[in-house]
Design a protein around this ligand. Structure first.
Ligand code: NAD
Length: 499
């Protein structure tokens, strides 16, 4: 029997006013229903915003270190429930257990970081240009935060947003992806158990078109933090812009791994396998382009293809499986479409390219690890985000050409170079147009206490993670305290007047 989940609004578990429900299913076994969820409407969002608005004055008055203590309690519960949530996540979205444990761990790390931030939330002071006058700054919460998340990191990404939003004193309306609502609701239950006051965190499940749009259009939501595709991201920016909301966007990637002749080839192969096929290629930071110098091309490709052939595909609950299913049928069709496009464009399909349908595979959405060689930088498979286990390999003659190819896309999230030449590594750090550059490590594997995000169309200039996420969820208040006892005029009084 699948579980019946509800929305959490104002501290109560409630049905949607629509009375309708939708299902979440296991991508490794589509017959298994994980749970059913309220198919919510804009009325439900309005209720959640009302609850968040009511809770805000009290929550923002609680000192940040004390808010942090509640978040620490929630994080401790997350620690206790790590294994159970990892297993639920594997069932709900397919990632292998090792990775879903990592996903929950990222939530744990982010929670403890937020607890610590409760005693920092640093601001800056500066000298006033006038005597006997103090100039100070403070961080204030924005108000109500609307959080919209994707399915590929069902706990980590909500945690990246919820913990800092709450720590900074905002109240939250959270809309999770329609493919992973069970993980999201279980995550919210943890905050309830930790004693978060009613209305401070609310979850409303449902579609982007209904629930997401209602969040964007609600006048009382002050900041929208979104992670997802570039298409929806630009829609978010458009609507939020119209309403003058603060908005942070974490969007897609077309992340390159460069391999130079001096590289440790085995290390570069390990990195490429993990970067391209980990999470079945469904990471915003996945390695979707391999840019290989011609002098090492044959040696690298030989080992890479052999290792990719040996990857074990299957249900992520089996600890020996390395590559799980893709998220759903629509995504599988999209990957098939890109394989066709790659072949029509004249790239060479070296490995994979097909859906797996034999035996147990027939019940789920399994796709072979796929390698295209002979890819030209302007082909669609080298330009567009596929979001599956497909990697496009581009051969180059020089480091300069590698940079040109790497930078020749609209995205700019992650990037990597494998080299033993210090000069090449330093040049890559300077020249790769990306929010993140790895040296001798794959394009995936960001740590929660450092800024995370991308340049160009990957985002709109914000960074989640670490201390930078607090820029998204706070506003600055500048305070001047004049204790001179007379009227002083900035920009007008000269230093001689002050003598
Ligand atoms: P998506 O853009 O389809 O959906 C993301 C969220 O937006 C979901 O909750 C969805 O329901 C909601 N949504 C859809 N239409 C909406 C609308 N009109 N208004 C408001 N909300 C709406 O993305 P996805 O398929 O869930 O996730 C995959 C994408 O996310 C990939 O492009 C990937 O690169 C990106 N991603 C980026 C990062 C990052 O930090 N840069 C991390 C993970 C995933």
């Amino acid at each position: 029997m699948s579980k019946e989940y509800k929305n959490y609004i104002g501290g109560k578990w409630v049905e949607s006013k629509s009375g309708k429900r939708f299902e979440s299913r296991n991508p490794a076994n589509w017959e298994e229903v994980i749970g059913t969820f309220p198919k919510s409407t804009k009325e439900d969002v309005a209720d959640a915003v009302e609850a968040a608005k009511k809770a805000f004055p009290r929550w923002k008055k609680i000192p940040a270190p004390k808010r942090g203590e509640i978040l620490r309690r929630a994080t401790e519960i997350l620690v206790e429930r790590k294994e159970e949530l990892a297993r639920l996540m594997t069932r709900e979205m397919g990632k292998v257990l090792k990775e879903t444990r990592g996903d929950v761990q990222e939530g744990i790390d982010t929670g403890f970081y937020a607890f610590g931030e409760g005693r920092r939330l640093f601001s800056q002071n500066a000298p006033s240009e006038l005597p006997d006058k103090l100039a100070l700054t403070f961080r204030l919460p924005v108000g109500i935060a609307g959080l919209i998340t994707p399915w590929n990191f069902p706990i980590a990404i909500p945690a990246w947003k919820i913990f800092p939003a709450l720590l900074a004193g905002n109240t939250v309306v959270f809309k999770p992806a329609t493919d992973t609502p069970a993980c999201a609701v279980e995550f919210v239950k943890i905050f309830e158990e930790a004693g978060l006051p009613p209305g401070v965190l609310n979850i409303v499940t449902g579609t982007g078109a209904e629930v997401g749009e209602a969040i964007l259009n609600h006048p009382d939501i002050g900041v929208v933090a979104f992670t997802g595709s570039i298409e929806i991201g630009s829609r978010i920016a458009e609507v939020a812009g119209k309403h003058l909301k603060k908005v942070s966007l974490e969007l897609g990637g077309k992340n390159p791994q460069i391999v130079m002749p001096s590289a440790d080839v085995d290390l570069a192969v390990d990195g490429a396998l993990w970067g391209a096929f980990g999470t079945t290629g469904q990471r915003c930071t996945a390695t979707s382009r391999l840019i290989i110098h011609e002098d090492i091309y044959d040696e690298f490709m030989h080992r890479f293809i052999e290792r990719a052939k040996g990857l074990k595909i299957g249900n992520g609950l089996d600890e020996s499986v390395e590559v799980g299913p893709v998220i759903n049928e629509a995504q599988l069709r999209k990957i098939e479409m890109y394989v066709r496009i790659g072949q029509e464009e004249g790239a060479h399909l070296t490995l994979g390219g097909h859906r797996l349908t034999d035996g147990e595979y027939a019940k789920g959405w399994f796709f072979e690890p796929t390698i295209f060689e002979g890819v030209k930088p302007d082909m669609r498979i080298a330009q567009e985000e596929i979001f599956g286990p497909v990697v496009s390999v581009i051969k180059v003659k020089s480091l300069d050409e590698a940079f040109e190819v790497a930078n020749g896309v609209k995205y700019g999230l992650s990037s990597s170079i494998y080299t033993r030449d210090l000069r090449e590594a330093m040049r890559a750090i300077n020249e790769l147009e990306a929010g993140i550059t790895y040296v001798n490590a794959p394009t995936i594997g960001a740590e929660c206490h450092l800024p995370f995000g991308g340049v160009k169309s990957t985002g709109n200039g914000h960074r989640e993670g670490g201390w930078t996420v607090y820029e998204i969820f706070t506003e600055w208040k500048t305070v001047y305290i004049d204790f001179s006892g007379k009227l002083q005029k900035a920009q007008i009084d000269t230093w001689e007047d002050m003598e």
